[in-house]
Ligand binder design. Structure first.
Ligand code: F6P
Length: 323
């Protein structure tokens, strides 16, 4: 294998640039030519790729976003789209690809590799949601929880100043990892996540109890995908039952997706990028590279896309116990 390529796909995540840098520099250090594909599978189909040198990734390790940009491609979901992508790789003599993204990216990769087994593809987990099976942490998660934590700290100041109850919505369409850790780190009164059924009555009882004990400033962190709804919907239900509460809502939104990656993020992203290339060059393919208990682990795409990382129930208990 003489020529490899790298792309980022799905929701961008801080640390993706550090990973791109590691892929490019490891590839070049091992005597290979490295190409960057812009905008994920969409760019692959549209032949939007370019040769990368060591200098192409200078001064990017500290940047959020992704210099290769990202996309979610509908066309790649079709056999015709994948055929076009394959032909582009063939035309440029690219035999190995590192895909940095989430489960949607790996689902696409798995089908692609079934259809075109002569292309070797390795995945690197990049999503702020941390919901991927096969790694303790995904690229982007550590930065996102620190961003959420800092924002919630700020909101706590004003919540305390006015004795207000805040519902703060964090990202996580199907997963409560961001909500759970940011809730623990900010000493929130409650956390509502999709993995744990929300009992509205229990929540209201707890908040009323606090109110009667004169604890009137409270923070409830809500994952956007919670079964009871988003922050505004939940707040409306609480207000209806407890009109005495002075309630405000904040949706943190895409602020969690950007920003300078933390130190942990940069190190993880660099390590996974380097290991992905090393593995690719010894013939490994159709796996996601992750880190579990600080060891590098390869999980077949089939499993990485079938299972989700599970929430540790001890952490949910911790929020309740320490509130
Ligand atoms: O998957 C990452 C994520 O940030 C989710 O937490 C969120 O629900 C989604 O992407 C938002 O996607 P978009 O940027 O396309 O609105």
């Amino acid at each position: 294998m003489q020529r490899i390529a790298v792309f980022t796909s799905g929701g961008d995540a801080p640390g993706m640039n550090a990973c791109i840098r590691a892929v490019v520099r490891t590839g070049i250090a091992m005597g290979k030519e490295v190409y960057g594909i812009r905008r994920g599978y969409a760019g692959m189909i549209e032949e939007d790729l370019f040769r990368m040198e060591k200098s192409s990734v200078s001064n990017i390790i500290q940047l959020g976003g992704t210099i290769l940009q990202s996309a979610r491609s509908e066309e790649f979901k079709t056999p015709e789209g994948r055929k076009k992508a394959y032909e582009v790789l063939q035309k440029h003599g690219i035999e190995g690809v590192v895909a940095i993204g989430g489960d949607g990216t790996f689902r696409g990769a798995r089908i692609f590799m079934d259809e075109y087994p002569d292309i070797a593809l390795i995945g690197v987990p990049g999503t702020i949601d941390n919901d991927l099976y096969g790694t303790d942490f995904t690229i982007g998660y550590d930065t996102a929880i620190n961003t959420a934590m800092n924002a919630i700290d700020n909101i706590k100041d004003t919540a305390n100043a006015h004795n207000r109850l805040f519902f703060i919505e964090v990202m996580g369409r199907d997963a409560g990892f961001i909500a759970l850790r940011s809730a623990i780190a900010t000493g929130a009164e409650a956390v509502l996540i999709p993995e744990d059924k929300t009992e509205m009555e229990e929540l209201i009882n707890m908040l009323e109890d606090n109110f009667h004990k004169k604890k009137r400033a409270s923070i409830v962190v809500v994952a956007e995908g919670d079964d009871a709804g988003g922050a505004f919907q939940i707040a409306a239900q609480v207000k209806e039952k407890c009109p005495q509460f002075d309630i405000r809502c904040t949706v943190l939104g895409h602020i969690q997706r950007g920003g300078r990656p933390t130190c942990m993020e940069r190190v993880l992203a660099s390590r996974l990028g380097m290991e992905a290339v090393k593995a690719l060059l010894v013939g490994t393919k159709s796996v996601m590279v992750g880190e579990i208990h600080r060891q590098i682990v390869f999980t077949p795409f089939e499993q990485a896309t079938k299972y989700h990382q599970r929430i540790n129930p001890d952490l949910i208990e911790m929020v309740e116990l320490l509130a």
